[in-house]
Design a protein around this ligand. Structure first.
Ligand code: SAM
Length: 232
């Protein structure tokens, strides 16, 4: 039984993909998708030996050795050309780490650029969207959900002929999430607003010149308020 978070990621993987799940831990996602017959072949990549062993056990236990290859490798180094990967999932890590994995894969050409990316950063969505924008990806779908009192975002991206230039605001809030304005999205940004207001109050009391930082936070607060009141 997948968590709500991973189940939603799985729904966003296209039917009959050849999947690479990077940072797979117990390989729960590829195992579930192969058992569902949604995916016929998957690579589960792990850089740490404990989770790598756990992934191998999980695949073996389910009798899926023929469909799922578990590799001990850093990021997209787990992918080989012969795998003919069409979708990549990278979930449950910070957005900056996901970005660095994509960047390394881009540089050493493990990432071909034609794969569907389904990414689930725990934090740091903005730097991840920055990377996707710079590398010509279109964000074709996004979702936001809550599980065990945590809010997660999922970003689905692929490269299309027409390049989209996302604004700073779209890269912060998510172009699709901004349009959907779901109740979880509102909840997330109400929390982010509170956090910034607390920081602002602390900065006002702090000694030294905090003007630049104060201005930045005030700008963000105005932006969040605008988005929450739908004035944008
Ligand atoms: N993807 C699973 C999920 O969403 O539930 C597991 C998330 S777990 C918190 C993150 C996993 O990514 C860990 O098992 C960690 O060892 C692995 N990881 C971190 N950096 C990695 C890298 N550069 N390459 C491969 N795996 C990595």
């Amino acid at each position: 039984q997948l968590s709500k978070r991973l189940a939603r990621v799985g729904e966003l993987v296209p039917e009959q993909s050849r999947l690479a799940d990077i940072g797979s831990d117990h390989a729960y996602l590829p195992v579930a998708l192969v058992l569902q017959k949604k995916v016929a072949f998957a690579v589960a990549g792990e850089v740490v030996s404990g989770p790598f062993e756990a992934a191998k056990k999980q695949v073996q236990k389910n009798g899926l050795n023929n469909q799922i290859t578990v590799r001990l490798a850093d990021g997209l180094d787990a992918v080989e050309e012969a795998d003919k990967i069409t979708a990549v999932t990278i979930c449950g890590m910070g957005g900056v780490l996901i970005r660095d994995i994509l960047e390394a894969g881009w540089t050493n050409q493990r990432l071909q650029g034609n794969e569907r990316l389904v990414l689930q950063p725990n934090i740091g969505e903005k730097p991840l969207r920055d990377w996707l924008t710079v590398h010509g990806y279109t964000i074709i779908d996004e979702d936001i959900l809550e599980e065990n009192n945590k809010i997660y975002e999922i970003i689905v991206a692929c490269r299309q002929e027409v390049r989209v230039a996302y604004s700073e605001k779209e890269r912060l809030f998510g172009p699709v999430l901004l349009k959907k304005q779901s109740s979880i999205f509102q909840k997330k940004w109400q929390g982010e607003l509170k956090q910034r207001e607390t920081i602002l109050a602390q900065l006002a009391k702090a000694s030294g010149d905090q003007q630049v930082r104060i201005q930045q936070i005030e700008k963000e607060i105005t932006e969040i308020k605008e988005v929450l009141s739908n004035e944008s």
